[in-house]
Write a protein that binds this ligand. Structure first.
Ligand SMILES: Cc1ncc(COP(=O)(O)O)c(C=O)c1O
Length: 391
């Protein structure tokens, strides 16, 4: 049975070209980048070249890129780093109710340290209203953190409108761009952000490596203390091979970004339209237009997304019911709940995310299989009788 992977928002396979680029850095070019001999210098050079490529891809300077162990660490460093370094100015942080756990759990931790956290609501598409932010800012606010695009609903937030407000208020702004960098064009200056998180494994790079963009002049308290690497912002011997792979991945992802986004959008629209037209009582969650090119989040009435996911898996098709990163707790999606979906629609939701190797044949096959699974599950569902006759 051919397996079809449609969970690219959870993670992507490492591109073979990326893996090939990394290999020499695991074997021959193994020096410690802090060593002052030729082995160390060649590793250092590779890291600085990678830093330059990653910086250029988001319109930043090399010195503004801090390598981290992934998106979660980048989010932690941004939030704790600003909170601890600016606490003499104030103790108020503003975020949203739809953030990734890497931000929400960090906010909960900061609350224990004495920071006050405001969670902004979102509308039924998952969009934050910049006016709500304006009202929430006080003279104690030091940081606003709002994700660029949501990993579950796919909705892209109006970050440039939001940062006009934070700039005027003199408040630092961080965005979690883990789902956008490499998928849609991202430019830190056009967005007007002070800090921005990236992760390599969402863009066909290795897992466990990411970066935090920190605008020149913005000081953060480091989380890891030690040898003072990354200009004292993140100690620890650099992961040279992964850093080199990260740069290759970002280079590949950004070289044809608009063309690839258009290809994926057209496949996404084909599958979305197919589902909505062929399967009764389904609806698209998230914004129809301000949306990640590869994301489909649908609710299927009368049955559980979890059952659909498991049945699809038996047919070799891998999708998700929400965020893989938080799927250890099987509660309903906090994102869809925040968007005001009733619990039964939240439980009936499915996230399908397409990627570089998704074909039209994959999409058409998925639609056929999904249609027959939904029909089968609805025949057995006690909810069908209560809702409509879907026998
Ligand atoms: C929006 C968002 N932020 C942060 C992360 C965490 O990134 P990482 O897995 O690299 O720690 C993820 C991963 O799913 C994500 O989707």
């Amino acid at each position: 049975m051919k397996r079809i992977y449609l969970d690219y928002a959870a993670t992507t396979p490492t591109d073979p070209e990326v893996a090939k680029t990394m290999l020499p850095y695991l074997t021959e070019i193994f020096g410690n980048p802090s060593s002052n001999h030729s082995f160390g210098l060649e590793a250092r050079e590779a890291i600085e070249e990678a830093r330059g490529k990653i910086a250029a891809s988001i319109g930043a300077r090399s010195s503004e890129i801090v390598f981290t162990g992934g998106g979660t660490e980048a989010d932690n460093l941004a939030l704790k780093g600003i909170a601890l370094s600016k606490k003499s100015r104030g103790n108020h942080i503003i975020t949203t109710s739809i953030e990734h756990p890497a931000v929400i759990e960090t906010c909960k931790y900061l609350k224990k340290l004495g920071f006050n956290i405001t969670y902004l609501p979102v509308d039924s598409y998952g969009l934050v209203d910049p006016d709500d932010l304006k009202k929430a800012i006080t003279d104690k606010t030091i940081l606003v953190t709002i994700m660029h695009a949501n990993n579950e609903s796919g909705t892209i937030e109006p970050i440039a409108d939001i940062t006009r407000i934070t700039k005027e208020a003199g408040v630092f702004f961080h965005t979690d761009a883990v789902q956008t960098v490499g998928h849609i064009p991202v430019d830190v200056k056009a967005l007007g952000v002070d800090l921005l998180s990236i992760s390599a494994h969402k863009i066909y790079g290795p897992k466990g490596i990411g970066a935090l963009y920190v605008k020149r002049g913005v000081e953060i308290t480091p989380m890891l203390h030690g040898g003072g690497q990354e200009k004292k912002r993140r100690s620890g011997t650099e992961n040279t091979a992964s850093i080199v792979g990260f740069a290759k991945a970002i280079e590949l992802a950004t070289q044809d970004i608009t063309k690839e986004a258009m290809r994926i959008t057209s496949l996404r629209n084909r599958l979305t339209t197919g589902i909505l037209e062929r399967i009764d009582d389904t609806r698209l969650n998230g914004h129809p237009l301000s949306r990640l090119p590869n994301n489909i989040n649908i609710s299927i009435d009368y049955i559980e997304g979890e059952a659909v996911m498991l049945n699809l898996d038996l047919e070799g098709i891998c999708v998700s019911t929400g965020s893989a990163c938080s799927s250890s707790d099987h509660g309903p999606s906090h994102v869809l709940l925040a968007m005001g979906l009733p619990p039964e629609q939240v439980y009936g939701s499915l996230r399908i995310t397409l990627g570089k190797w998704t074909t039209e044949a994959d999409v058409d096959h998925t639609l056929d299989v999904l249609d027959s699974i939904v029909t089968k599950l609805r025949i057995m569902s006690p909810l069908v009788a209560k809702g409509a006759n879907k026998g």
